[in-house]
Design a protein around this ligand. Structure first.
Ligand code: IMP
Length: 200
């Protein structure tokens, strides 16, 4: 089954490919599927943004599409950066991952309560128009300093519950088992199997 990921984020595509490797799915990026546009993430929830990305690519291609919208929610910041995770620094969308997590660390300077969670909302639209939605979380805390170079986004400053170091140091084998995206995709795979019986 061909499935288009409504994103051009190469690192996200790689994570999804690894997590979906046990399914009979050929995953293409949005650009590979001929969609050379960026969808405005104007929603106020992860689910809304996942829907906006999925429907835009579905309407352009008519093919099965999966979209994921994710972000980091920090308790002491009342759930920020949340849906603004990709533009959470003075440079907005232009800010690098490093600038974003450094900005987050500056907001948490002197704050002891550092609980946080990553959240992913998945929205898949199948060729007949059926919609699958799933959600996944990964709880942890924000470290005082960045550690490691792996992963992307806020991974260097996020320590998952039950581990002693950052997601960036833990690397893809661990991340793809425990991450918000892995948890949402685990549920998604169950639903996809139910819908189509496409699993090999
Ligand atoms: P997106 O809208 O799903 O692409 O995610 C928005 C932002 O959340 C990204 O630009 C990252 O900064 C952050 N983010 C999403 N997923 C992850 C992850 O797995 N690790 C670290 N940061 C992430």
């Amino acid at each position: 089954m061909k499935l288009i990921l409504a994103s051009n984020n190469a690192k996200k595509l790689k994570e999804l490919k690894a997590i979906l490797a046990d399914m009979d799915v050929e995953l293409l990026s949005q650009r590979e599927a001929g969609c050379d546009f960026e969808v405005d993430e104007t929603g106020t929830t992860f689910a809304e943004n996942a829907w906006l990305k999925a429907i835009a690519v579905y309407e352009a291609t008519g093919e099965a599409v999966v979209a994921d919208d994710s972000g980091l929610m920090v308790e002491a910041l009342n759930g920020e950066p949340g849906v603004y995770s990709a533009r959470y620094a003075p440079g907005g969308h232009e800010a690098s991952d490093k600038e974003k997590y450094e900005y987050l660390l500056s907001k948490l300077e002197g704050v002891e309560q550092r609980a946080a969670k990553f959240v992913t909302s998945i929205c898949c639209i199948l060729p007949g128009g059926e919609v699958i939605r799933t959600v996944g979380e990964c709880r942890g805390e924000i470290l005082p300093y960045p550690h490691g170079e792996g992963g992307f986004g806020y991974d260097p400053v996020f320590k998952p519950e039950g581990y002693e170091t950052s997601m960036a140091v833990l690397g893809p084998e661990v991340k793809n088992q425990i991450s918000h995206r892995a948890n949402a995709l685990r549920e998604f795979k169950k639903e996809l199997r139910k819908y189509n019986g496409i699993d090999k």
